[in-house]
Design a protein around this ligand. Structure first.
Ligand code: HEC
Ligand code: HEC
Length: 311
């Protein structure tokens, strides 16, 4: 009877901690924020309908390829990542998939005023530094139309939404700042397999050089995201990506402006990578169970034989 009472008390406090205190602590430590559907309501709506053919010309004249590559159109990046990070503090991403990964309204606002769309004015113009991506001032015609044309061009050359793999979305939107060592991703690209130690060291040196300069640019090295799906969870990652300032006020992480579908792809990528060991864990679990069964069976046989001798 006494034991039962003790058990009841233990169960009661365990449940109280679990249901009462844990979610409370959680809500205090992590502000709960709902996604706004990646609408970017604070940004100016796209007023004009873009023309992709005209946009191709405008894109060339706007000078975007002075800093960005467009590999799918046969235009490699003007600099390698290490030269780019030395000039800009970060490697401007290749724009081949930009029209599919980033929201169209966001892209238009980014072209006209990059710092504002990315929400990093507090780290640049307001802190007396100039932002490395120059704003597009227009080519003399109707600027809104010119911007809309560039966006239409980027969309026209981008793969269709369903052809954008989770990894492509990640590389375009996050890969210039975040490494994912579980997937061999470094900020300067995929870590190759090396035959010679010397080549591996040379590659490592480039990674470290890039990370040093990136740290100077952002004030902090962006974390490796291999484990974030597990440490932060999907909801946090989603709402953080949508508006980093809301969850980490003052952070240097830009609002990258991914579309809703691309945000889901980025999450899928982080889930694939962060939980790739799950299959392995499960199979190890099974092996352990089988081992325990065999062991228990042998122990049983052994006990039987000992007792047989004793009787
Ligand atoms: C002087 C160099 C320069 C020019 C010119 C330039 N960019 Fe950029 N761009 C950058 C840099 C640097 C970044 C990365 C900034 C960062 O992450 O802090 C960037 C980032 C971007 C991004 C990614 C933004 C995001 O949300 O993650 C897109 C898209 C982009 N630029 C498009 C363009 C287009 C289109 C043009 C031409 C109208 C252009 N850029 C002109 C340097 C440049
Ligand atoms: C221009 C560089 C840059 C880009 C691009 C970028 N990030 Fe970040 N990110 C940062 C920095 C810097 C931090 C550190 C923020 C801090 O602690 O203030 C960070 C932190 C994070 C964190 C950790 C947040 C936390 O609570 O500790 C996550 C998760 C993250 N980024 C996800 C992403 C994802 C997903 C993308 C692409 C959609 C992305 N980032 C693109 C610079 C970047």
């Amino acid at each position: 009877m006494k034991e039962l009472k003790i058990l009841a008390v233990v169960v009661f406090f365990t449940l109280l901690t679990y249901w009462g205190v844990e979610p409370y602590a959680h809500s205090v430590m992590h502000k709960h924020i709902e996604s706004k559907g990646f609408q970017y309501d604070d940004l100016k709506p796209l007023a004009k309908k873009g023309d992709a053919a005209r946009g191709a010309q405008t894109f060339m004249n706007a000078g975007c390829i002075g800093c960005h590559g467009l590999k799918s159109q046969g235009m490699p990046a003007p600099m390698d990542p290490n030269a780019a990070v030395a000039s800009f503090g970060v490697n401007p991403p290749d724009l081949s998939n930009a029209g599919a990964v980033f929201d169209a309204k966001f892209l238009a606002n980014l072209i006209a005023n990059p710092e504002h769309a990315l929400m990093v004015e507090h780290k640049f113009s307001k802190a007396g530094r100039s932002f490395p991506m120059t704003a597009f001032y227009g080519l003399g015609g109707d600027k809104d139309q010119e911007v809309a044309d560039i966006v239409a061009y980027l969309q026209s050359i981008a793969p269709k939404a369903e052809e954008v793999t989770p990894k492509m979305a990640f590389e375009t939107a996050c890969g210039r700042c975040h490494a994912v060592h579980y997937d061999k991703w470094t900020q300067i690209g995929e870590r190759p397999k090396f035959k010679h130690k010397i080549d591996e060291l040379k590659f490592e040196e480039k990674v470290v050089d890039y990370q040093d300069k990136l740290t100077k640019y952002l004030g902090k090295l962006p974390p490796d995201l291999s484990m974030y799906i597990r440490s932060r969870g999907e909801h946090y990652l989603k709402t953080f990506m949508e508006d980093p300032q809301e969850l980490l006020p003052g952070t240097a992480m830009p609002r990258v402006g991914v579309s809703k579908e691309s945000a889901e792809k980025v999450i899928e990528y982080l889930a694939d990578v962060g939980d790739s060991k799950r299959a392995e864990r499960d199979s190890v679990g099974k092996i352990v169970m089988i081992y325990l069964f065999i062991f228990a069976f042998l122990a049983y046989l052994w006990k039987q034989s000992i007792w047989k001798e004793l009787h």
